[in-house]
Ligand binder design. Structure first.
Ligand SMILES: [Zn+2]
Length: 249
């Protein structure tokens, strides 16, 4: 079963100056959410998607997940009203060191967002580093401290985490698990599926230049390659090596 997981960053409000290339305009975002609503897919938070991947609860017939990285202020001002009106659940992965910076959510706004039942708050590190190249202790602190800070702020468990830049490895994956994170989100620009890795869920990045047609196809389950678990690729690799060796031998 295919599970498109869309990844957004900033949603630029109408009339605002052009932001960076990762930003999507409000009109583009509205068009995408209309496509989600029309697709009949059921948006799941990261937590509910993870529970489905682990078989702890059934996945709906046509699931999708909407995720937002970094913690931009326009999530609360622009994206959330659109999501709320359409009844679409979402997850925002917050970089805690960015809270209160210009353009980013304030702690007050974060607490307000946390009050919305259809929104899950996940962590996205403290300083947004590539976790896979950090040494173990600083990497561990990025996960543990961002998670703890969010839990203290919203007064609720935070059990999902998105890797900054999508960078992850076997080690960062294990780090997440040891830090009590149960749902990990990667990038991969591929479609997730019901057998995806619950500690490195594949997501598809939507940015300024992504065509609305392609977003629609991704929502439909066909606009991007399907992600497979890394272990599976490794198995396949070994198999090829074995075959080659057998042929030689
Ligand atoms: Zn990020």
């Amino acid at each position: 079963m295919i599970v498109p997981v869309l990844l957004y960053h900033s949603i630029t409000p109408r009339g605002a100056a052009d932001a960076d290339r990762w930003a999507v305009t409000e009109d583009q975002f509205r068009a995408d959410m209309r496509a989600v609503a029309e697709s009949g897919r059921v948006p799941l938070t990261a937590g509910r998607l993870g529970a489905g991947l682990r078989g702890e609860e059934p996945l709906p017939e046509r699931p999708i997940a909407l995720t937002f990285d970094d913690g931009f202020a326009d999530f609360a001002d622009v994206a959330l009203p659109v999501l709320d009106r359409a009844g679409l659940a979402a997850t925002i992965f917050v970089t805690t060191g960015y809270l209160g910076r210009p353009g980013m959510l304030s702690r007050r706004a974060l607490r307000d967002v946390a009050e919305v039942p259809s929104v899950e708050i996940g962590a996205h590190s403290v300083t947004h580093p590539h976790l896979d190249v950090l040494s173990p202790e600083p990497a561990r602190r990025e996960v543990v401290e961002s998670r703890q800070d969010l839990e203290d702020e919203i007064g609720r468990p935070v059990t999902s985490f998105a890797y900054p830049h999508g960078s992850h490895s076997g080690r960062t994956r294990a780090l997440l698990a040891s830090a009590g994170v149960v749902d990990g989100h990667a990038v991969k620009n591929a479609l997730s599926h019901s057998r995806d890795d619950d500690l490195a869920v594949a997501r598809f990045t939507v940015h300024r230049r992504t065509g609305r047609d392609q977003v629609r196809r991704v929502i439909d389950g066909s606009g991007a390659p399907i992600a497979w678990r890394r272990e599976r690729w490794r198995t396949r690799g070994y198999r090829l090596v074995r075959r080659a060796t057998e042929r030689l031998g």
